[in-house]
Design a binder for this molecule. Structure first.
Ligand code: SF4
Length: 249
């Protein structure tokens, strides 16, 4: 498989529920020289999952590794040779479907593991037939993503689920996203041993760390996530501190 990967800890939790998530990791923001995150903020770039896990392990004195190089290579391919990229993606998805069926798991796909591209805009060929986008080319499987981009034209795509991502300085978009019916993923500066707030923005908070299967979430909720890695030290406003907010109120 060239483009898709499996295996982060949250994906493994999903396997217990019968799903296998295949993720496309591109280079976030402008790391590759091409911007894959049009609404990235200073806080999200600094806390980005791009350097979580093995992607963030560098040999002494080095600032990159094979995972980062692969993400940059894939991103350049997406922008410089879109047809080959989309053909490879189709082949990878077909292979992933076969692999998961053998394992008795339901394949699901996250194309923006570390990017925020509007994949509904890009045409694709499958078995010689042209489709308006990858979601329409694979109506038999579920795709899901997190996004900070509002106004995406996905209402007619039944097999694509989007959760809006709160960040530093995008509260106005959070209000709009809630009004438009999105669930909103929010990173809270709460210790793992402590409970997430019960409500936020007037909505029930569910624990989004129990799995990554966002398409199974109830509607109208805040998807609470515990701050991890660099986010634990965030002071940009990307991580929300409900206790401080309550004291200030
Ligand atoms: S928008 Fe998402 S993928 Fe892009 S830099 Fe921010 S956190 Fe990372």
């Amino acid at each position: 498989m060239n483009l898709l990967t499996v295996g982060n800890p949250k994906v493994l939790k999903g396997m217990k529920q019968g799903y296998m998530t295949y993720i496309l990791h591109l280079a976030p923001a402008s790391l590759s020289g091409y911007n894959t995150c049009p609404k990235a903020t200073a806080g999200c770039k600094s806390a980005c999952l791009n350097t979580a896990g093995r992607g963030g392990m560098f040999k002494k004195g080095e600032t990159t590794n094979t995972i980062q190089k692969a993400r940059i290579r894939k991103t350049k391919m997406f922008f410089e040779d879109r047809i080959s990229f989309m053909n490879s993606l189709v082949k990878d998805i077909e292979l992933a479907i076969k692999q998961s069926i053998k394992k008795d798991l339901v394949p699901v796909f996250r194309l923006n593991g570390t990017s925020d591209l509007s994949f509904e805009k890009y045409e694709v060929l499958r078995n010689g037939q042209s489709y308006t986008n990858i979601f329409n080319a694979f109506p038999e499987v579920i795709f899901y993503d997190y996004t900070k981009v509002l106004g995406r034209k996905i209402s007619s795509i039944a097999n694509y689920s989007l959760t809006f991502s709160a960040a530093d300085g995008n509260d106005a978009d959070v209000y709009r996203a809630i009004a438009e019916g999105y669930n909103v993923a929010t990173v809270f500066g709460v210790k793992k041993t402590e409970p997430l707030p019960e409500t936020y923005f007037g909505r029930e908070v569910i624990n989004g760390d129990e799995s990554d299967l966002r398409f199974l979430d109830p509607k109208g909720v805040i998807v609470g996530l515990y701050a991890k890695g660099k986010a634990k030290k965030d002071t940009s406003g990307f991580v929300k501190y409900p206790t401080i907010m309550l004291k200030a109120a």
